[in-house]
Design a protein around this ligand. Structure first.
Ligand SMILES: [Zn+2]
Length: 417
C-alpha cells in the first residue's frame, strides 16, 4: 500500500486499480504521491474544462446578455482554467484533484438551483464527492477486514491485537456518514451538507483537542508528587547533550518523546538518554504534525509501530508512553497504542516553545502556579531549547518542587487520576 493511502478523494479511482507498486507492509516510506490513475486523469481532463465553460458562460450571459456573454465565454474560461491550475497547484496530482473537487462541490452547492446544464454538472460533482467518500470507506473497511483476518505479526515477538477496535471505529465513522447520506433522500440534500458538517466538526473537535478523553484515555496528571518534565521532538545533536547535562546538574529525570527518524540518525544519543537514567517515549516515526490527525488506520499504525520497533532495536528499551505529534490524535491512535502496550500521555503545561523564540515568555506560560502533579511539555531542536530547560529547572529548584526521583525512572509514578 502507499504511504499516503489515507487519501480519501481519489479512492473512487483506486477501486479500478492502479499501477503503483505497493511498498512492503509496515515499512515506513516517505509519502511519494506517485500520481493518479490514468482513467482518473482522462475523466478529470474532460469534466473540469466542461464545468468551467458552463459555469463561466452561465455567469457571463447573466451579467452581459447573450451576445457579449457568449463572445467572452471561451477566453474567460481559458483564463479560469489557468487560474484553477494555480489554485489547485499542489505537490502532486492527488492534491490537485482534491482541491478541484472541493472547489467544484462548493461551486455546485452555491449554484445547483440554477437549473439546466449548470444544475446537472453540480449534481455530477456532488455525486463524485459522495462516491469517492463511499469508495474510500469501503476500501478502508475491506483492508481492515483483510488485515484483521491475517493478524500480521508486526514485531516477531508481538502480534498485533488492535485491528478489531480499528475496524469498529472505521465502521462507526462510515456508518454515520452513510446514514446521513441515506437520510438525505428524505430530508433534502441541503440538510445532508449541514448534518455532515456538524458530524465532521464534532469529529474534528475531538481529534484536535489534545486533552479530549473521547477517543481514549490521555494521561494528564501524575498520580504522585513530583513534576514530570517531558521533552519532545529529539534526539537532537545540539540540544540533547546540553539538556542531559542540565538535567544532571539539577538531578532531574525526564521522559524524552523521540521521533523515530531522528533516533535512526542519532542512535547514540537515544542510548545516552537511557544511560543517564531517563526514559524514552514514542513520538511517531516521521512526526507528521500537519496530517496525523487525519491519518488512516494503516498510516497511524506504521508511524507508531515503526517508531516503537526502531527504539527497541536501537536501544533495547521498550517505550511505555506515546505522545501524538502536536497532541493531535486520530480515531485509530488509541487502538494502535493499546495493542503495543503504550499509554497515551498528554500534558498540563506547555509554553509553545516550538513556535515562539522568546524563552522568558515560554517560561511565563509554564512556571506560575505549577503544582506538584503537573506534566510539563517542552521541546528540543528549537533555538531556545537550552534556555527554556535551564530556566525551567532553575525555577523548579527555587520553588522547591519535587522533581522526578533519580533512583527510578519516572514512569512508575505516572498515572491518570
Ligand atoms: Zn512533537
Amino acid at each position: 500500500m502507499e504511504a499516503d493511502d489515507n487519501r480519501a478523494v481519489s479512492a473512487l479511482f483506486r477501486v479500478f486499480g492502479t499501477s503503483d507498486q505497493a511498498p512492503k507492509a509496515d515499512r515506513v516510506e516517505p509519502t511519494r504521491h506517485r500520481g493518479m490513475h490514468r482513467g482518473e486523469l482522462i475523466f478529470l481532463a474532460t469534466l473540469v474544462p466542461i464545468t468551467l465553460l458552463v459555469a463561466v458562460g452561465n455567469e457571463l450571459v447573466r451579467w452581459l446578455g447573450w451576445g457579449v456573454g457568449l463572445l467572452l465565454t471561451i477566453p474567460a474560461s481559458f483564463i479560469a482554467l489557468n487560474l484553477l491550475a494555480v489554485i489547485s497547484a499542489g505537490k502532486n496530482s492527488t492534491r490537485k484533484w482534491q482541491r478541484v473537487l472541493l472547489l467544484f462541490v462548493i461551486w455546485g452547492y452555491a449554484r445547483y438551483q440554477v437549473g439546466g446544464v449548470v444544475s446537472l454538472l453540480a449534481w455530477i460533482w456532488f455525486l463524485l464527492a459522495a462516491l469517492n467518500g463511499l469508495a474510500a470507506g469501503l476500501l478502508l473497511l475491506g483492508k481492515s477486514v483483510r488485515l484483521g483476518l491475517q493478524q500480521p505479526n508486526l514485531s516477531a515477538s508481538k502480534p498485533f491485537h488492535g485491528t478489531g477496535l480499528m475496524i469498529w471505529r472505521g465502521s462507526l465513522l462510515l456508518i454515520a456518514h452513510l446514514g446521513i447520506i441515506v437520510a438525505g433522500f428524505w430530508i433534502g440534500w441541503r440538510w445532508v451538507m449541514v448534518a455532515g458538517a456538524i458530524l465532521d466538526l464534532g469529529c474534528l473537535g475531538v481529534v484536535l483537542n489534545p486533552s479530549s478523553q473521547w477517543l481514549g484515555q490521555v494521561i494528564r496528571r501524575r498520580s504522585r508528587e513530583g513534576i514530570l518534565i517531558t521533552i519532545d521532538d529529539g534526539p537532537d545533536p545540539k540540544d540533547t547533550p546540553r539538556i542531559l547535562d542540565l538535567l544532571d546538574t539539577y538531578q532531574a529525570k525526564a521522559i524524552f518523546f523521540m521521533i523515530g527518524e531522528k533516533v535512526r540518525r542519532h542512535p547514540e544519543l537515544a542510548r545516552e538518554v537511557l544511560r543517564r537514567g531517563h526514559e524514552i517515549g514514542n513520538h511517531t516515526m516521521t512526526h507528521p504534525q500537519a496530517t496525523f490527525w487525519c491519518a488512516g488506520p494503516w498510516r497511524t499504525r506504521r508511524e507508531i509501530v515503526a517508531c516503537q520497533k526502531l527504539i527497541e532495536e536501537t536501544t533495547g528499551f521498550t517505550p511505555k508512553w506515546f505522545r501524538a505529534p502536536v497532541g493531535h490524535r486520530n480515531w485509530f491512535t488509541h487502538p494502535v497504542a493499546a495493542a503495543l502496550g503504550l499509554q497515551v500521555m498528554g500534558w498540563t503545561r506547555r509554553g509553545f516553545d516550538a513556535i515562539g523564540n522568546d524563552a522568558s515568555k515560554v517560561l511565563e506560560r509554564i512556571i506560575p502556579d505549577l503544582t506538584d502533579r503537573d506534566i510539563v511539555l517542552v521541546h528540543e531542536a528549537t533555538p531556545i531549547a537550552e534556555e527554556v530547560m535551564e530556566g525551567l529547572l532553575r525555577a523548579l529548584a527555587n520553588q522547591h518542587h519535587g522533581l522526578s526521583d533519580p533512583e527510578s525512572g519516572p514512569s512508575e509514578k505516572v498515572c491518570d487520576s
